[in-house]
Design a protein. Structure first.
Ligand SMILES: Nc1ncnc2c1ncn2[C@@H]1O[C@H](COP(=O)(O)OP(=O)(O)OP(=O)(O)O)[C@@H](O)[C@H]1O
Length: 455
């Protein structure tokens, strides 16, 4: 995918030189000679990076003032400053005001490319960290050896390389989003963003703001929408059946000519995105009921992809259980557990209406709650009641409530209290050392201990 770099400089020669160097490196470039045309260009489409000369002659705003406006409109858009020779102070002040870095004139092509690469990389990392945080500990591997999963993997590999739109169907928690991420990661757009937007969790009133962004009365960019954020990459429309009908028409337009208008705006913004979408609902029925546009359905699903529910691939249960144990153990320090044959047989025959997500939650719960001897084996009687096992001798919370049947969130809290208590003991009651060990600020740990009733 081509990054889109906006070069802002009042000197034609320099503008063209920078554009030439970056074009040769395979970047997409646009240029602007003054602050107003720069803002218009950003408004036309959000670039991946702005390279900005600090001295803009004959421009309404000078470089620093323009930097402030850009930062205010879009704090995540990276800006690299070009400063005059020996003008380090201004460059430093630009960095204080949020520029990523500066290049001092005169500069060599190598330096320009290096800083550009770094700025793009940093911005990509920032985005990835945010995405990772959102996914909290999930990994990207599609685990499973069943023929259903092997087939899915093969199809994903085949369709990833193309630019085709894919409609992913399958029950809730079966791995649709994971499949979409794999498609993105194996595609030529992998270096670009993967932006997911879930129609089931966004209210219809906010849907268009989130998708298209908002423009203010003076034509400035007030909020970047998902479409613009996904430029050069992939947009994942999760639970597309829940899109309001009016929005469906606007999405159709994006599919036709890759343009849209921001909420409150008039100009059409051009983007280069691949759209993947998913549905757990029967879209054909939604069409018959008039809730979903048939023309949109055909355009979204040029290639249909079905992710099977866990009940269709029970043979994957043991390998998934092991995978999640390793994942959870690495993230939380909980010891791995052996699962007895009887318990595994129960897990394998259970129907898992919540599919892989539910299985993962149950594995986490088992690991949290079966403490004690790490060598001990998890037997069927320890399985949560809803999984179908007998639960005669379960540990209780003291309130008589069975640990295995309580919501995972509460179970996590209990685990957290025990964990923190053990660490404090280990460090002889020294809060600072405990805080350092568990990776928390001292004051945050203090607050936490208070809420948990431990201090
Ligand atoms: N084959 C798999 N291997 C490993 N982890 C998986 C697999 N499939 C799904 N997961 C994990 O299960 C959880 C649910 O998956 P995901 O969010 O992709 O499902 P989904 O179908 O998009 O769910 P929903 O539509 O309900 O949001 C995630 O934590 C995901 O990482």
């Amino acid at each position: 995918m081509a990054y889109d770099i906006l070069i802002v400089d009042d000197e034609t020669d320099i503008r063209e030189m920078i554009a030439g160097i970056l074009d040769d490196e395979g970047y997409g470039t646009r240029t602007a000679a003054d602050s107003d045309s720069a803002l218009t260009a950003i408004k036309e489409r959000r670039p991946s990076l702005v390279i900005l000369d600090i001295w803009l002659q004959g421009s309404r705003l000078d470089g620093l003032a323009l930097l402030d406006v850009i930062r205010e409109q879009d704090p995540d858009l990276p800006v690299v400053i070009i400063s005059g020779h020996g003008n380090i102070e201004t460059a430093v002040s630009a960095i204080k005001r949020g520029a990523y870095d500066y290049i001092e004139k005169p500069f060599k092509a190598d330096r320009l490319i290096l800083i550009t690469d770094r700025a793009l990389e940093a911005s990509k990392l920032k985005r990835e960290i945010r995405e990772l945080k959102q996914r909290s500990g999930d990994t990207m591997r599609l685990v499973g050896e069943s023929s259903a999963i092997n087939q899915l993997r093969q199809t994903i590999e085949r369709v990833a390389a193309t630019n085709s739109r894919i409609l992913i169907s399958g029950p809730s928690g079966s791995g649709k989003e994971l499949a979409a991420r794999m498609i993105h990661d194996l595609s030529p757009r992998a270096r670009g963003p993967f932006v997911a937007i879930n129609a089931a969790t966004i209210t219809p009133e906010r849907m268009e703001d989130e998708l298209f962004g908002i423009e203010d009365a003076s034509g400035g960019l007030r909020k970047v929408g998902a479409l613009e954020e996904a430029h050069g990459g992939t947009l994942y429309l999760d639970e597309v059946a829940d899109m309001p009908r009016e929005t469906q028409g606007k999405i159709l337009r994006v599919l036709v000519d890759q343009t849209f208008t921001r909420v409150g705006g008039a100009t059409r913004v051009q983007v280069d995105i691949r759209i993947l979408s998913s549905t757990a609902k029967d879209l054909e029925r939604a069409i018959a009921e008039g809730a979903f546009r048939e023309d949109l359905y055909h355009r979204l699903g040029v290639v249909p992809l079905r992710v099977p529910g866990l009940a269709e691939r029970r043979e994957d249960v043991p390998i998934l259980v092991r995978h999640f144990m390793e994942q959870i153990s690495a993230a939380s320090g909980l010891p791995m557990r052996r699962i007895g044959d009887d318990a595994m047989a129960v897990l394998q025959t259970h129907d898992w209406p919540g599919n892989i997500r539910q299985l993962r939650n149950n594995v986490e719960r088992l690991m949290i709650l079966t403490r004690g001897d790490p060598e001990s084996t998890i037997t069927a009687d320890l399985l949560p009641a809803e999984v179908g096992a007998m639960v005669p001798n379960l540990p209780t919370t003291g309130g008589g409530e069975h640990l295995m049947s309580m919501p995972l969130r509460d179970a996590r809290e209990i685990f957290e209290r025990d964990y923190l208590q053990a660490q404090i003991k280990r460090f002889g009651g020294n809060i600072s050392r405990t805080a350092e060990f568990v990776g928390m600020e001292r004051s945050a740990l203090h607050r936490k201990l208070k809420t948990l009733g431990l201090s």
